[in-house]
Design a protein around this ligand. Structure first.
Ligand code: ATP
Ligand code: MG
Length: 419
């Protein structure tokens, strides 16, 4: 049988053609397929329209080994994926008593009766394999179309992902041969993209010509740069060794601006350090309004290392909840190094934390002055070590707040590692 090397993804749903919904399933599927060594050659979005869907699907079949479709498996008349694919492949649909039973049981478990329209979700093209959906009513479907593979998955990510992992990945993996693609991601903060590129490019450039070539792409977002390294081959252990070598070289050249080489986010890294040190953190935020605490508490298990925080947006809160002297604010301004220092010390003391971070700044668009333009942000940490720094972040209000949040988390990290 043909080895599966290329894929095409078709996301179905008229809502995905509006500005209100984004097709994220294809990003997830692309990552999964790449791990299996399958290249995604094309992807597209089609509305809930049978003719459009059939047209795109037939085109996909002319060029891809695997065609994955997501969405449009619901019970309503605008869900056309099942019918469209069956028609395009000339397959009869039959109703599966087993699926009807599973859907009925799902409704019954919530004390409901299955509406008759849900029977459509039990329609199975002849020869298709049913992929049970533990988190919803519409099962996925695997269809062998000659040597090609067609997979239909429900749209909601929390339904699609478990089905892919449990049923689709093993099926594809058994037909991709031994060729695979592996990746590493270096995450960096505290340096602009050009600064990272200047250090990294002379190292990763030549890696493209290594016996096992390493491909590198650099991705920039506000407050974070990522270097994505990938290599392909038949021998997983060998590819891993090559990637490890590449990561080691880049990480040692870049130094402590690299905060993770294992996929962890900045708050996860901070949390791990706090956990290892048996320390707990408190946060005092002005211009970030709770974003720093929000990122920290995004991490599962953060209750063992986060105490809490004070959103000290007004001077009143800075004075009365954090103990910042009113005279200090009058003399230096709310966005100043002495005030940031007093906020960090104040929240650490009042919440009995081992370490703390404070953020005060001007996110804009109003409030800037000549000495303190929009984007001026002062961040302090307090603890066994204390750091204090004034930043000038570029961009609009959202960008300033994102960068300030990231910088606050990074200063916490530096406080904890002593960098
Ligand atoms: P259901 O049985 O839940 O109706 P379905 O297969 O018909 O499943 P859709 O109705 O197309 O799925 O989509 C349901 C929801 O899933 C959408 O409102 C959207 O939130 C999400 N969704 C659908 N497609 C995508 C996609 N490509 N990326 C991210 N989310 C998606
Ligand atoms: Mg739909």
């Amino acid at each position: 049988m043909r080895q599966l090397a290329t894929a095409e993804i078709i996301a179905v749903g008229s809502e995905l053609l509006t500005p209100h919904r984004t097709d994220t399933n294809s990003l997830y599927l692309t990552a999964q397929l790449n791990e299996l060594g399958i290249d995604v050659r094309t992807k597209c979005v089609v509305g809930d329209n049978l003719a459009d869907l059939v047209g795109m699907f037939k085109l996909a079949l002319t060029r891809a080994d695997v065609v994955l479709l997501t969405g449009g498996l619901g019970p309503t008349a605008d869900d056309v994926t099942r019918d469209g694919i069956a028609a395009a492949l000339n397959l009869h649909l039959h109703e599966s008593a087993e699926i009807v039973g599973a859907i009925q049981a799902r409704f019954a478990s919530r004390g409901l009766q299955m509406p008759d329209i849900n029977r459509r979700q039990a329609h199975v093209p002849e020869g298709a394999r049913v992929l049970p959906n533990a988190n919803g009513t519409a099962p996925g479907l695997w269809i062998d179309a000659g040597e090609q593979v067609v997979v239909l998955l429900p749209g909601p990510p929390r339904e699609l992902q478990p089905i892919f992992e449990t049923h689709v990945r093993p099926g594809l993996a058994s037909r991709t041969g031994s060729r695979q693609l592996r990746r590493r991601i270096l995450k960096i903060t505290g340096r602009p993209e050009s600064g990272v590129e200047q250090i990294a490019q002379p190292l990763y450039g030549p890696m493209a010509d290594w016996p096992v070539p390493v491909e590198t792409t650099i991705l920039a977002a506000p407050g974070q740069i990522e270097l994505h390294l990938s290599a392909r081959g038949d021998d997983a252990a060998k590819i891993d060794r090559v990637l490890d070598e590449a990561v080691t070289r880049l990480a040692s050249a870049l130094g402590d601006i690299v905060f993770s080489a294992d996929g962890r986010s900045l708050p996860e890294v901070v949390g791990q350090l706090l956990l290892e040190q048996g320390a707990r953190v408190a946060v005092a935020e002005s211009c970030t309004g709770g974003l720093v605490l929000g990122r920290l508490t995004d991490v599962p298990g953060s209750s063992s290392w986060v105490i809490g925080g004070v959103t000290a947006y007004s001077n009143d809160v800075k004075i009365h909840q954090l103990g910042v002297a009113a005279a200090m604010i009058a003399e230096f301004g709310a966005v100043s190094e002495p005030v940031a220092r007093a906020m960090a010390d104040g929240v650490r003391e009042r919440l009995a934390a081992d370490v703390s971070v404070s953020v005060t700044g001007i996110a804009g668009p109003a409030g800037g002055t000549v000495e303190k333009p929009v984007g001026t942000v002062v961040i302090a940490t307090s603890g066994p070590r204390s750091l204090l720094r004034t930043f000038r972040f570029p961009g609009d209000r959202a960008m300033v707040r994102t960068q300030a949040t990231q910088a606050a988390l990074d200063m916490l990290r530096r406080t904890l590692i002593g960098a």
